[in-house]
Design a protein around this ligand. Structure first.
Ligand SMILES: *Cc1c(COP(=O)(O)O)cnc(C)c1O
Length: 357
């Protein structure tokens, strides 16, 4: 089957629903079930998430990651507080102020750090830099695992951030929209990356991992999780037919589907990146999960778009961003690389002609 250029690499949410998540949805559709999470699927999914993290955590299902992040942060911060996060973080750049809104006005304080990762030392420095009444009190730190630019925090850097958080009395939030991709890279147990490093709350992404819709909020710190169902309901995030948000988790968490989906996406990203490098295209950020930043020239970018490929530029890195998913195939990669080869050669020919003039 020949590949039509399209939005395959625009994001990992352009892919559909993976078969295992779909099949769980279909099974959940067979019988009637009690609403608002009182159904067997929600109970089973919660049990599987507790098994996955090897701890008695509290689990809440939301429709999307923006709500998960904003509501998780709202358990930590009042209006006069602040959240430390990377300048490229989704909570800062892609949530339309939802964290500030649900925290009733908390400010996000930007933390620098290489390759999209918050620097643990800077967390302590920034949190400690202003403690006077005229500045919002630092109350939380948020990290994204894997990051918006496809890098991954290793255990030591998570530990370092956790220590800064403890020292400065900050709650520790993790945006795990692509948590599975980070675990696939690190090859460690999920507990090692979260509560064992001091993380209080994880927003665990299902959508980009292969579900139709749905992320969940996992509280390792039970105090923060108190009355969270009320926050979900008030924010319009309590699904009445909750089994259709939770059943896909059962599909993903059975037989390591979640991890295999992520491993596949990461492997495809490596393949695409090395193919691009072989064409002489510089890769502008370390490929540690399923994102690739390809330093195509404006001419090459335009030629690829002209051909029909849809992808976005990412402000932070300043190059086109390509994402792989559970669904990406080698044929799609070959098709993209073949067009890219033409675009690169065309721009080389043009350069040569110009230098001959
Ligand atoms: C996709 C994503 C989210 C969630 O976005 P929604 O569109 O609200 O589901 C959160 N954080 C990061 C880093 C993401 O990439």
């Amino acid at each position: 089957m020949s590949i039509e250029p399209g939005c395959q690499f625009a994001s990992d949410n352009t892919a559909g629903i993976c078969p295992e998540a779909m099949s769980a949805m279909i099974q959940a559709n067979q019988a009637s079930a009690r609403p608002y999470g009182e159904d067997p699927w929600s109970k089973r999914a919660t049990a599987l998430i507790r098994d996955l993290f090897e701890v008695d955590c509290q689990v809440f299902f939301t429709f999307n990651g923006t709500a998960a992040n904003a509501l998780a942060l709202s358990t930590m911060c009042q209006s006069h507080h602040s959240v430390l996060a990377h300048q490229w973080s989704h909570v800062e750049t892609d949530e339309c102020g939802a964290p500030e809104f649900f925290c009733n006005g908390s400010k996000i304080l930007l933390v620098p750090g290489a390759h999209g990762r918050v620097d643990g030392e800077m967390v302590a420095e920034i949190a400690g830099s202003r403690t006077d009444v005229h500045f919002p009190k630092a109350k939380a730190v948020s990290v994204t695992q894997s990051t918006e630019v496809g890098t991954v925090y290793d255990l030591d850097s998570l530990q370092c951030i956790g220590e800064s958080a403890r020292q400065c009395n900050l709650n520790y939030h993790m945006d795990g929209a692509r948590f599975a991709n980070a675990i696939a890279t690190l090859g460690v147990a999920p507990s090692e990356v979260t509560w064992k490093r001091g993380v209080d709350v994880l927003c665990l992404g299902g959508t980009k991992n292969g579900m139709a819709v749905g992320d969940c909020v996992v509280f390792f710190n039970h105090d923060l999780g108190q009355e969270f169902e009320y926050r979900c309901k008030q924010a319009g995030q309590l699904a009445s037919k909750m089994r259709f948000l939770s059943a896909p988790w059962v599909g993903l968490l059975t037989d390591h589907v979640w991890l295999n989906n992520a491993k596949h996406a990461n492997r495809m990203a490596k393949t695409l990146a090395s193919g691009l490098e072989a064409l002489g295209v510089r890769i502008a950020a370390p490929v540690e999960s399923n994102a690739i930043f390809a330093d195509l020239s404006p001419k090459q970018t335009a030629a690829m778009r002209q051909r029909g490929w849809i992808f976005y530029e990412f402000d932070g890195i300043g190059t086109p961003r390509l994402m792989c998913s559970w669904k990406t195939t080698e044929e799609e990669i070959d098709a993209f690389l073949a067009d890219c080869k033409n675009a690169v050669q065309a721009s080389m020919v043009e350069q040569q002609e110009r230098s001959c003039d």
